[in-house]
Design a protein around this ligand. Structure first.
Ligand SMILES: [Zn+2]
Length: 141
């Protein structure tokens, strides 16, 4: 007797634009202010800058690490140390918090170019999160 295959699910409901049946989300679900053009992630009902009602804005692509840190103790959700996380200035606007993946922790220093990916919080896990991996050399911008 085998267990039913687990279905991928988001780290938190409402964070991602995710088509039913797709293995991973298509984008972060952020907000755009139609009045002052400020962008935010996660979604916000009201602009933190001018107070206008915000509209949904999918966010994807590359960014630049603003700050990072390396954790060298096990996390309560099972991340194996060392792992890195930090703040990324997305090219599309907002500064967002995320885990880093796809390279040794020493690679995630402020000013480094990274790109958004969606993958399991833990390898083989069913909870999918947004992370950033090093941007391939030669990638556009
Ligand atoms: Zn605004």
């Amino acid at each position: 007797m085998s267990e039913a295959p687990s279905t991928p699910r988001p780290l938190q409901n409402g964070l991602y634009a995710w088509s039913e049946g797709a293995p991973v989300p298509a984008a972060l679900l952020g907000s755009l202010c139609p009045s002052c053009a400020k962008k935010a992630f996660p979604r916000r009902p009201q602009c933190p800058a001018c107070g206008a009602a915000m509209q949904d804005q999918p966010l994807t692509g590359a960014g630049t690490i603003y700050s990072s840190t390396t954790v060298r103790v096990p996390s309560p959700v099972g991340l194996k140390p060392p792992y890195a996380y930090g703040l990324v200035d997305l090219d599309q606007g907002p500064r967002i918090h995320a885990l880093f993946t796809g390279a040794a922790v020493e690679n995630f220093v402020p000013g480094s170019r990274v790109e958004l990916v969606f993958e399991g919080v833990r390898p083989g896990g069913d909870i999918v999160a947004h992370k950033f991996r090093p941007r391939a050399a030669g990638a556009a911008s």
